[in-house]
Design a binder for this molecule. Structure first.
Ligand code: T4K
Length: 393
């Protein structure tokens, strides 16, 4: 049941090679490689069209996108943020000298729990940086009500949520601004890349200045800025991959359905679902492992899968509050994050995307079914393997 080559989470989806190479040739012909080139402009128009926003500011990655968004929005002091996320989310706050205040998530949605957000608002709070984890939108209405009540800025880390919707509205139009990632592992990628989208004209102007050193003209610099520009080569990859976005969503949706079908009825395993009334990108296949009786833990299951070349990931373990520098800064914060602690120890993500086919999924699920069902026999053999013995099915 083992795979001869590794099955990855995050294998890039690649669009038409012919169209990509033709775009790359056009970049070389123009000798215009970066700095607001025509392909990046076209990419921005396309992303803004999908997100339904007035502005899209393309950047070299989402981490800088988040950093520029919090800077352009004028955040300072404390910002409320989940710990159950990729470490880039709190890192950008600290990088800007802002204290991340970790808040627990809702066990059902894995997104910020609005009631707990409100309880953490202090006189130093200037904003909430919420994450649409796995592409499933936050409880935006509740977060909007809280941030309006306390006059806070609401920003969304939408790194996972390009192409998704919230109550029929495209993700992109929520809060003051939202930030997408187009990293290689995202369902639409520009190799490395990100974008801030917003309807706010002034914020968009500030972001455009910030990403280009603060230049307002040919040789005039009006303010502090940085280099966060997207190159024309990334634009070429992004535009090409955007053209096959709908097909990728269809593959992801069908892979997700296959995992649900093949893992159905396995005790202690639950595949996270997407709201069928919304548009989703199905980028992640997320499984919660709840140890029952003799069943394996999440970590034991991941170890077995890795041994068989199925490189499942423990996103997002152990939770940002448990890694440096946050662990030393806030040693006791875990006590108010019980759901985060539980999810960080029980969630795994399985390979999907266009590099994974139905046969792969059937094999992966058969392996998981075998291991969970026969764990009582397998576990002792893994703990003390005797010569010539292994756990392979
Ligand atoms: N906010 C959130 C909520 C995020 O999840 C992220 C990024 C960000 C913000 C920041 O966005 P960016 O600044 O990156 O645009 C990966 C990605 O690097 C990261 O972008 C992503 N989230 C995170 C969830 O996953 P790692 O450390 O897991 O990457 P790595 O190198 O282990 O690759 C993941 C898997 O993908 C591997 O199994 C191999 C495979 N892979 C990867 C690359 C780069 C390939 O097959 N081909 C490739 O080219 O972070």
């Amino acid at each position: 049941m083992s795979f001869s080559s590794p099955l990855h989470v995050g294998r890039p989806n690649l669009g038409s090679r012919r169209r990509l190479l033709s775009r790359v040739r056009s970049v070389l012909d123009r000798r215009w490689l970066t700095n607001d080139g025509p392909l990046v402009r076209e990419f921005e128009r396309e992303v803004a069209r999908v997100a339904g926003t007035a502005h899209c500011i393309a950047l070299c990655n989402a981490t800088l996108g988040l950093e520029l968004a919090i800077s352009a929005a004028g955040l300072s002091g404390e910002v409320i943020v989940p710990s159950f996320t990729f470490v880039a989310t709190p890192h950008v706050l600290l990088w800007r000298g802002i204290t991340p205040v970790f808040c627990d998530v809702d066990p059902r949605t894995h997104n910020l729990d609005p009631a707990q957000v409100e309880a953490l608002v202090s006189p130093k709070t200037t904003g909430v940086l919420a994450v649409h984890l796995w592409g499933r939108p936050c409880d935006v209405e509740a977060l909007e009500a809280i941030t309006e009540r306390h006059k806070l800025t609401l920003l969304f880390d939408a790194a996972h949520a390009f192409g998704c919707s919230y109550r029929g509205r495209p993700v992109g139009r929520l809060g003051l601004a939202e930030v997408f990632s187009f990293h290689a592992t995202k369902f639409v990628n520009s190799a490395e890349g990100g974008a801030v989208v917003t309807d706010d004209d002034e914020l968009a102007d500030r972001l455009r200045l910030l990403r280009n050193f603060g230049f307002t003209g040919y040789d005039t610099v009006a303010q502090l800025g940085i280099n966060a520009k997207m190159s024309e080569f990334a634009g070429a990859v992004g535009l090409t991959n955007l053209e096959s976005m709908d097909e990728v969503i269809e593959v992801n949706r069908s892979n997700h359905a296959a995992y649900r079908e093949e893992l159905a009825g396995i005790e202690g395993l639950c595949v996270l679902d997407f709201d069928p009334r919304e548009r989703s990108n199905y980028q992640y296949v997320v499984v919660e492992v709840d140890v029952r009786g003799d069943g394996p833990t999440r970590d034991a299951l991941v170890d077995v899968l890795h041994a068989e070349n199925v490189l499942a990931r423990r996103y997002f373990s152990p939770g940002c509050h448990r890694v440096e520098p946050y662990r030393s800064m806030f040693p006791d914060v875990g006590s108010r994050l019980p759901v985060t602690e539980r999810l960080a120890g029980s969630v795994l993500t399985l390979p999907t995307g266009t590099a994974v086919n139905r046969d792969d999924i059937v094999k992966v699920c058969a392996l998981i079914r075998f291991v969970t069902k026969r764990w009582a026999e397998i576990a002792p053999r893994l703990a003390a393997p005797s010569p010539g013995e292994d756990h392979r099915a």
